[in-house]
Design a protein. Structure first.
Length: 119
């Protein structure tokens, strides 16, 4: 999958998840929630993409290990950035749950869409 397609798919899947989670919890207005969702992804997605590119030519085990560790790091960074951009507190469970849910959603969407969208 090419980078612009991957970024678009990530934004299309994660932004509604983040927005719904933050708004439903009653802590963030819809516009601010959506903006925060886009911003956290614009920070983390390029870093994840380019980090994983270094592992694509090696053994599958090395790639999937790097993939899992990188995705976990992205969840942590996005949760912390949500606190900054959406005015949440790191002690609250909301940014952590929203980050895990949004990233799981986009990961599944990417795995399902990859065969359809090609390399």
């Amino acid at each position: 999958m090419r980078y612009p397609v991957a970024l678009a798919l990530t934004l299309l899947t994660e932004t509604p998840v983040y927005t719904a989670a933050l708004v439903r919890a009653g802590q963030v207005r819809p516009g601010r929630a959506a903006t925060a969702a886009v911003l956290v992804n614009l920070v983390t997605h390029p870093l994840l993409w380019w980090t994983l590119r270094h592992w694509t030519g090696g053994p599958a085990a090395a790639y999937w290990t790097a993939f899992g560790l990188s995705e976990a790091a992205v969840c942590v960074v996005e949760a912390l950035l949500l606190c900054l951009f959406a005015g949440l507190r790191p002690r609250d469970p909301l940014p952590w749950i929203a980050s895990g849910t949004a990233n799981t959603t986009s990961l599944l969407a990417g795995l399902l869409a990859a065969p359809l969208l090609g390399p």
